[in-house]
Design a protein around this ligand. Structure first.
Ligand code: ATP
Length: 473
């Protein structure tokens, strides 16, 4: 089957013009991880505590003592994680005519992973400490001689390759033919559907396929809260381009992706783009850069952007026998598109947003904890707060909630005094609190308090939706 470009399909051009020089581009050696003043080591514990206290992230199976490295997203966290994914989808799919979405299966047969190279190569070097039995990932140790658990030197076993894929079986009969794998990345679903998507969406390169979903890796050393877990969510896009245009699209996507984090409130001094050294590159990649965030333990990866050549389509064409070349009617050429892949972690990115937004400030004798989240990422946009629980306020205030909830994700809170309720909303980053008081019944107006400045303004109820929409746009 030829993948036929539709000559009648002419879309407005998206041109790779931005230059990498525009963005903070530093190599690892430029700046030691610990030298930045923005790097607060106590931040990690504060985020873990806040997450538990405010229903952002809970340890999974906590009532059974907790299941290591798995987490559940609570009422506030589920909203925030969804907002991270929605913000990515909006930028990568909704606002682009050259990218379409996909939701591929999590389970897939061994052939897919044979072709992609994961069965042979998706492994990390595992060492055991003979002294204390700790299992470590050799390439992540600061000192390959010393065990970080017991401190003994020279006790590690020879490194052996440990495959990170979770294997299970499909159907009731065990044995050959029943083996399936939980995907360790979402990318392969997009490669194996390249022909389907190209044909049905009538796109021609350059075009992309984007996907958000769960991935599973049997990590040797999960940790740092939701930074590295065995079950996590990814946001990946495969951008298929004519081979001659690969380098310029790689630059374009490095810039686009950096800009996305900045646009959503990440401070520039906590973000950098780190090009991989030649010895870090996979054999098929002609360039990879990581978007890195300054975590409390130092710079670490949020997203990788890779120029993958035609490796993936070549592999799947060879193993499946399908013809995956694209035929360009305009130039009469057929070629295997090259792929630029921005691959980000949704759960890891959410944690970075929490850390970037966390702030403490002195207000009178009190310390105010506030998440200065970008409005798009904030779990709730508005909190509706009746000044008292008395029915004459609760009734109309609930009506107001219903009116606002039609437009925005709103919280409704009537417990404790108003000052405490403001603080609770500050801690989960709610941009606006709307207080309905006894005067509101008479003057049909409410007090709106803004999170960052704490300034208050009286706004007529009739104008409230428009007032908020303008500020939350
Ligand atoms: P790392 O070097 O941290 O193991 P990676 O380079 O193997 O990550 P990729 O395969 O490029 O990661 O995956 C793309 C993104 O998916 C990563 O940048 C990260 O945000 C996220 N990710 C990968 N592994 C995990 C994990 N175990 N837990 C949470 N997020 C992850």
């Amino acid at each position: 089957m030829w993948l036929d470009g539709d000559a009648s399909h002419k879309s407005a051009e998206i041109v790779p013009t931005a230059s990498l020089a525009l963005l903070p581009l530093r190599s690892m050696s430029d700046e030691a991880a610990t030298t930045s003043p923005a790097n607060d080591p106590s931040l990690f514990d504060k985020i873990v505590n806040l997450s538990k206290r405010r229903g952002i992230v809970y340890q999974s199976a906590e009532i059974y003592g907790g299941f290591r490295s798995t987490y559940d997203y609570g009422p506030v966290g589920v909203l925030m994680l969804r907002n991270v994914k929605d913000a990515w989808w909006r930028a990568m799919v909704q606002r682009r005519h050259d990218v379409v979405g996909l939701d591929a299966s999590i389970l897939s047969p061994p052939q897919v992973w044979q072709a992609s190279g994961h069965l042979q190569n998706f492994s990390d070097p595992l060492v055991d400490c003979r002294n204390c039995g700790a299992r470590e990932r050799l390439d992540k140790l600061d000192d390959p001689e010393q065990c970080p658990s017991c401190g003994m030197k020279g006790q590690f076993t020879e490194a052996r390759q440990f495959n990170l894929m979770f294997k299970t079986q499909a159907g009731p009969v065990e044995g050959a033919g029943a083996e399936v794998y939980l995907r360790p990345e979402t990318a392969q679903g997009m490669f194996i559907n390249f022909a389907n998507v190209q044909y049905t969406s009538r796109k021609k390169p350059p075009f992309g396929i984007a996907q958000i979903g769960k991935s599973f890796r049997n990590e040797i050393t999960p940790g740092n809260f939701v930074f590295r877990t065995r079950e996590f969510e990814q946001m990946e896009m495969e951008y298929f381009v004519p081979p001659a245009e690969a380098d310029q699209w790689y630059e374009y996507w490095c810039n686009e992706r950096m800009q996305w984090y900045l646009d959503h409130g990440m401070p520039a001094e906590k973000l950098r783009l780190r090009p991989h050294d030649a010895d870090e590159l996979s054999h098929y990649s002609s360039g990879t850069s990581d978007v890195e965030f300054l975590f409390p333990w130092g710079w670490d990866e949020l997203e990788g952007i890779a120029n993958r050549g035609n490796f993936d389509l070549t592999q799947h064409a060879e193993h499946s026998g399908a013809k995956l070349e694209y035929f360009d009617q305009a130039t009469n050429e057929k070629y295997l598109p090259h792929v630029i892949e921005p691959a980000a972690g949704a759960t890891r990115t959410m944690m970075a947003f929490l850390m970037a937004a966390y702030d403490e400030e002195q207000v009178n004798d009190d310390t105010r904890v506030v998440l200065r989240l970008h409005h798009r990422i904030a779990p709730y946009k508005v909190a509706v707060l009746p000044l008292s629980k008395k029915p004459e306020l609760a009734g109309p205030c609930q009506e107001l909630f219903a009116q606002l909830a039609d437009h925005f994700m709103c919280d409704y809170d009537e417990t404790q005094n108003i000052g405490k309720r403001y603080r609770r909303q500050d801690e989960i980053g709610t941009p606006y609190c709307v207080t309905f008081d006894f005067e509101s019944i008479e003057d049909r107006a409410v007090t709106v308090r803004e999170r960052d400045s704490m300034e208050q303004e009286r706004v007529p109820i009739d104008e409230l939706v428009g007032w908020l929409a303008e500020r939350l746009a």
